[in-house]
Design a protein around this ligand. Structure first.
Ligand code: DGL
Length: 282
């Protein structure tokens, strides 16, 4: 295995980029990275054994994120993408402190682009309860509240359904209806998807609200930020490199494989792995 601190024979550029989420949501970010950076190898970790993070204590989310990032670095990753808003809110600082010489990209709800795009200056925000409670999110909110009003709703129960592959059942639609109604009633014309699981609901939301809401998700912006950081750190893969992707789950590789096929249309080899303080399944 290549140490993250030593060049691989082909140079560090050929090492994979680690992409991490509490579960399947980060696949919505991986999709954009794959599209923008076709020569990069990606190593995706779905911590589905512990999803949803959004309803767990902050200290748990931070500890788990650090364990997953340690694991990715031990696999030789050259950069880390925390493709989870909740984990970014509670752990990105700790991850950057632990790996000060590596690019570490986090994600946060796109309040700024949404406020800039909104005509009514009323923006709906759908994110996990934990993201909405976090200091980092509330600092961002406060910095933008002078010009725009934000109607924030915690998407309780959405992530477990998406983890099961449910993106449009009557139950999912009923939950979305309840969450979107206060935003529409308040005059929102823009909706921020502040959890990386939610972009998989875009089509369903569109069917429900038509063009009444412009939908903002940050996947493309994250991929661009990653590209900039790889260039800055001189870590980009060679333009003729053939990427090798790896998908791992802490719960169920077969499920991750079938969800990657359903959500991304890729036929990925997947493995079940034990990370951090988890015990191997009996
Ligand atoms: N996908 C995650 C996020 O962006 C977390 C979902 C969860 O595990 O609750 O916030």
């Amino acid at each position: 295995m290549t140490s993250p601190l030593e060049p691989s024979p082909a140079g560090r550029g050929s090492s994979p980029i680690g992409v991490f989420d509490s579960g399947l949501g980060g696949l919505s970010v991986l999709r954009e990275i794959r599209a923008l950076l076709p020569h990069e190898s990606l190593l995706y970790v779905a911590d589905s054994r512990h999803a949803p993070y959004g309803e767990k204590p902050e200290s748990f989310v931070e500890a788990r994120t650090l364990q997953a990032c340690d694991w990715l670095i031990a696999q030789g990753c050259k950069a880390l993408v925390i493709a989870c808003n909740t984990a970014t809110m509670h752990a990105v600082q700790a991850v950057r402190a632990r790996f000060p010489t590596l690019p570490v990209i986090g994600v946060e709800p796109g309040l700024k682009p949404a406020a800039a795009a909104s005509h009514s200056k009323v923006v709906g925000v759908l994110a996990t309860a934990s993201t909405l409670k976090s200091d980092k999110f509330n600092r961002l909110l406060t910095s933008l509240q002078q010009d725009s009003r934000f109607v924030c709703e915690a998407g309780l129960g959405l992530v477990p359904l998406i983890e099961q592959g449910d993106i449009s059942s009557p139950d999912m639609r009923a939950r979305l209806q309840t969450l979107l109604a206060p935003m529409l009633d308040a005059g929102a014309d823009t909706l921020v998807l502040g959890c990386t699981h939610y972009p998989f609901l875009t089509r369903t939301i569109r069917e429900m609200v038509g063009e009444r809401l412009a939908i903002v998700d940050t996947g493309v912006a994250i991929a661009r930020q990653l590209a900039r950081k790889l260039a800055e750190f001189d870590l980009a893969a060679a333009p003729d490199a053939a990427p090798r992707d790896r998908y791992v789950s802490t719960r169920d590789a077969a499920h991750l494989r079938s969800m990657a096929a359903a959500l991304l249309g890729v036929d990925a080899e997947a493995e079940t792995v034990v990370i951090g303080t988890d015990r191997p399944a009996a």
